[in-house]
Write a protein that binds this ligand. Structure first.
Ligand SMILES: *[C@@H]1O[C@H](CO)[C@@H](O)[C@H](O)[C@H]1NC(C)=O
Ligand SMILES: *[C@@H]1O[C@H](CO)[C@@H](O)[C@H](O)[C@H]1NC(C)=O
Ligand SMILES: *[C@@H]1O[C@H](CO)[C@@H](O)[C@H](O)[C@H]1NC(C)=O
Ligand SMILES: *[C@@H]1O[C@H](CO)[C@@H](O)[C@H](O)[C@H]1NC(C)=O
Ligand SMILES: *[C@@H]1O[C@H](CO)[C@@H](O)[C@H](O)[C@H]1NC(C)=O
Ligand SMILES: *[C@@H]1O[C@H](CO)[C@@H](O)[C@H](O)[C@H]1NC(C)=O
Ligand SMILES: *[C@@H]1O[C@H](CO)[C@@H](O)[C@H](O)[C@H]1NC(C)=O
Length: 431
């Protein structure tokens, strides 16, 4: 598919609408800090699950909040183990770069955000009582590839902007939403946030224009109890859910990286060359595209309670350089690593990388031993080819898939129009 490149100035250009294979719009809404078992017994959540698909094996990546948010758009949390004020260098790409290759519009909506592109650590409620909006629940703002670009910053907006976009039918095709510190349950209770979710979503779920081929992921960022594996409740909702799947459970293994993998799969996007490759695609989408999911080889050891080493880790003993992406990976979109990442990281193509496209889940151990720490290998194609059919869509009933375990060479046709990741002097470093 070809798209004309829209030159965006200070205003937000309206790009062409890009149909996806299983949905045309994806909206993810993030709640805070509850365990799977508790949430799955809540009546508001049970009512919502009746309207969609309950994902029963979905894991947060670590604790506390912030690494989970940033990982969902960047394909790694780079060792982050805290909620501090961080920045991530310009040479690390995100979902925004992937969506840009097809001019797919995106936005972030944050309840209580004082104005578009606000970069502060937080903002108080209107009555001045306490922090309402917090940066640590905003996946976009820490990335310099977003916060140093005015066009991108302008897409980081508030819930009032969401209401306007719903009314005007101008919602983008991908959106992340974070309710404020009360509605997301952070400073309140499980039931408060669950009640808010049902109240917020109910009118939207009966709005035909909003529902039109929309897939909603209502999820938690992480569980509450650090001593048990980080399993959370996530629910898929929206007009893209086939009627026969409403009220069902899906027990496929997922993490927040499944968001990236699903977007790549749905729109045939290139990948980031990080943990986005190898993550499972939401099954209702995978069934329609013929993508083959598989559980991680270490599923019995998944814990995801502590962060592994990385440049954002606050422990000096756990400081390591930014790992190079694996430039040889083919992702769920049937495409290679995005061209801009390939050019930026070309000099590092012979360096070892922890991203092998296998879907193995890494964490920082259990405080005593560290069975799951990232394993560095030479850059190579994934052990299981994750390529999908590039042509027509399989019938949703098909259990047969079009994946070939052979490492087929796929011709890349990436419509990357925005060049110009050149040399950047980045000064901002924290922690
Ligand atoms: C929420 O709790 C945090 C402490 O975790 C506090 O700093 C903040 O002011 C509270 N915000 C609201 C709106 O109550
Ligand atoms: C749904 O989207 C399609 C494709 O853009 C459009 O033709 C149709 O009118 C929309 N339906 C509603 C109810 O908005
Ligand atoms: C779906 O999962 C929930 C939570 O584990 C469980 O209570 C329910 O019985 C399951 N439903 C079906 C149909 O398996
Ligand atoms: C990425 O940016 C960081 C911070 O500026 C720098 O240390 C590193 O060398 C850069 N790596 C590449 C491959 O550009
Ligand atoms: C490759 O896929 C098979 C099943 O499709 C699975 O059993 C195996 O664990 C996978 N290997 C890796 C390294 O992920
Ligand atoms: C998971 O990691 C936590 C460390 O935060 C540890 O307390 C717990 O025992 C681990 N659980 C398992 C099943 O390894
Ligand atoms: C700024 O963002 C716009 C929209 O995402 C993109 O087209 C452009 O290439 C970006 N500019 C730079 C220098 O990255």
């Amino acid at each position: 598919m070809r798209f004309s490149f829209v030159l965006a100035g200070a205003t937000i250009a309206t790009a062409a609408y890009v149909p996806g294979k299983a949905f045309d719009r994806f909206i993810t809404i993030w709640l805070e800090n509850e365990d799977f078992v508790a949430v799955s017994q809540n009546s508001h959540m049970q009512a919502l699950a009746k309207e969609g698909i309950l994902l029963t094996d979905y894991y947060g990546l670590t604790h506390p909040s912030q690494p989970n948010y940033i990982a969902s758009i960047g394909g790694d949390y780079f060792g982050l183990n805290n909620d501090g004020y961080i920045t991530i260098p310009q040479n690390i790409s995100t979902v925004v770069d992937l969506l840009d290759t097809q001019n797919i519009e995106w936005k972030g909506y944050f309840e209580g955000l004082p104005g578009p592109g606000f970069m502060g650590a937080g903002s108080t409620a209107f009555d001045g009582s306490g922090w309402d909006y917090v940066r640590k629940h905003n996946p976009f703002i820490p990335y310099d590839s977003i916060n140093m670009n005015g066009t991108r910053l302008a897409r980081v907006q508030s819930f009032a902007d969401f209401d306007n976009d719903v009314k005007a039918n101008t919602l983008p095709q991908y959106a992340h939403m974070s309710p404020d510190m009360l509605n997301d349950g952070h400073n309140t209770t499980l039931d408060y946030a669950a009640d808010w979710s049902e109240t917020f979503l109910s009118p939207l779920l009966t709005n035909a224009q909003f529902m039109n081929n929309t897939l909603i992921l209502l999820t938690y960022d992480e569980s509450a109890t650090y001593a048990i594996p980080n399993k959370i409740v996530s629910i898929l909702l929206g007009g893209a859910i086939p009627a026969n799947l409403k009220g069902t459970n899906d027990s496929t293994f997922y993490t927040h990286y499944s968001i990236l993998a699903t977007l790549e799969n749905n729109w045939g996007l290139p990948n980031l060359g990080r943990y986005d490759v190898g993550a499972n695609v939401f099954d209702l989408v995978a069934k329609q595209t013929g993508y083959l999911n598989h559980p991680p080889s270490n599923i019995q050891h998944v814990n995801d309670s502590l962060s592994y080493a990385g440049f954002l880790n606050s422990d000096p003993a756990k400081q390591i350089a930014i790992p190079p992406p694996n430039l040889q990976l083919v992702g769920a979109g049937g495409q290679g690593v995005i061209q801009s990442v390939k050019s930026t990281w070309l000099q590092q193509q012979n360096e070892m990388t922890p991203y092998d496209g296998s879907g193995t889940v890494y964490d920082g151990g259990n405080g005593i031993s560290d069975l799951n720490s990232p394993v560095y290998k030479v850059q190579a194609p994934a052990p299981n080819a994750t390529a999908i059919a590039t042509s027509t869509v399989a019938a949703p009933t098909a259990t047969e898939t079009k994946q070939s375990s052979a490492r087929k060479t796929l011709l890349l046709s990436i419509n990357w129009a925005g060049v110009g990741f050149g040399a950047f002097a980045i000064a901002a470093f924290v922690l």
